[in-house]
Design a protein around this ligand. Structure first.
Ligand code: 0XW
Ligand code: MG
Length: 373
């Protein structure tokens, strides 16, 4: 362990385009070339921690990649000079310098966790309380497509060992969604789990129509409607488990949804919650209340992928809805050797070293967009 008390000396912010190489479409939009935001956070001993935040499309959530970087131009100066190991102070300082903008704060928070791990010689999973497994289950997304294509894709994925399929729906005639759901459910092998995620794409009536039309389908419905109020009204009217994603914005909202028996599980994005520090509390709550959760994010590369896998490795398998990697769709690695990847339906914890387990050559990100010191 290094003896000196570190302070944050410099923060470098990079843009990293991660174009979708295969079709990835959701009810609101298809992914084109999102620019991920990378944070390199350097302390007074020269230790560097990396964080990342990347939205998939401008339409899919309130934040966007430009707003993340403009928020970082305010947040970064506010934490220069603070001990990066004092996570609560880092987060309260960011909160006092800028309201909301959790997706930007997350990039700095994750970088601090990576740096702390490197200073202490521990993995982020250890810092989060210890990993239960080295191999985290994942799920694979089948984008909005014809019933025939969805069926073929579901068959292919299962041959590759994927045991959790997230079928995207919404944004089209409801009959097409119902047909695609039935086509996929018809080829699911025993043990494969189906989640239908509309990313807020249905009306309440459409969601009720789908649940009635698919009574015989074993599936969960993820964020079927846009608002919390709609989900509260919808829950008693559907026959399938309700997974909350976009509305799961913070611990307070999440705990209310569990107490009201609205949420049968969560699709949790670390950047929407604000980073690993607030996410750890959400994870503890989900474990305490036995509520299934995923540990994923909107888009991004090895850094946010490794953060999701680190968190996912600390969630009991009975509650683990999986970690998720956008890398499957953009095929970019920041660390070609240790960058997390899917093999036979699981993602192994990166083992390239302490922190997030990655060995990053910062050159890959080109010239920094911002430098704060
Ligand atoms: C599958 N995800 C985690 C990545 C996409 O951005 C959408 C998201 C979800 O589940 O909504
Ligand atoms: Mg979702």
């Amino acid at each position: 362990m290094r003896k000196t008390t570190p302070t944050i000396k410099e923060i470098r912010v990079y843009r990293m385009p991660l174009p979708a190489k295969t079709l990835y479409n959701m009810s609101s939009s298809a992914v084109l070339t999102p620019e991920s935001t990378i944070v390199a956070l350097i302390d007074s001993d020269g230790v560097i921690g990396y964080g990342e935040s990347c939205m998939a499309t401008p339409q899919a959530q309130e934040a966007n990649n430009d707003s993340i970087r403009s928020s970082l131009s305010i947040l970064s100066p506010s934490v220069i000079g603070i001990n990066p190991m004092e996570l609560d102070l880092i987060n309260s300082t960011m909160e006092n310098s800028l309201k909301g903008e959790t997706e930007a704060k997350a990039a700095i928070d994750i970088a601090c966790w990576d740096l702390i791990g490197k200073r202490l010689g521990k993995s982020v999973a250890e810092l989060l309380g210890g990993n239960i497994t080295d191999e985290v289950i994942t799920y694979h997304v089948v984008g909005i497509t014809s019933p025939e294509n969805a069926e073929k894709e579901a068959e292919r994925l299962q041959v590759e060992g994927i045991s959790r399929i997230q079928l995207k729906a919404g944004g089209r005639a409801i009959e097409n969604d119902i047909e695609a759901i039935k086509a996929v459910s018809g080829v699911l092998k025993g043990g494969t789990v189906l989640d239908v995620d509309t990313n807020r794409g249905w009306t309440e009536d459409e969601a009720i129509q789908v649940s009635n039309a698919c009574l015989e389908v074993s599936m969960s419905m993820e964020q079927p409607c846009a608002s919390e109020e709609e989900l509260y009204r919808l829950k008693p009217k559907i026959f399938h488990p309700l997974i909350v994603d976009e509305s799961a914005t913070d611990l307070n909202t999440i705990s209310k949804m569990v107490s009201a028996s609205i949420a049968d599980g969560f699709g949790l994005k670390i950047t929407r919650i604000g980073g690993l520090t607030p996410m750890k509390a959400v994870r503890d709550f989900c474990i305490e209340t036995q509520t299934p959760m995923s540990s994923d994010d909107a888009w991004g590369g090895d850094i946010i992928g490794a953060a999701g896998v680190a968190l996912g490795s600390t969630v009991p398998s009975s509650l683990n809805r999986g970690a998720w990697l956008a890398n499957t769709y953009h095929q970019v690695h920041y660390d070609p050797v240790n960058g997390p990847r899917i093999e036979n339906g699981i993602i192994k914890l990166p083992k390239g070293g302490p922190g997030l387990g990655l060995v990053i050559d910062e050159e890959i990100f080109g010239k920094p967009d911002q430098v704060h010191n």
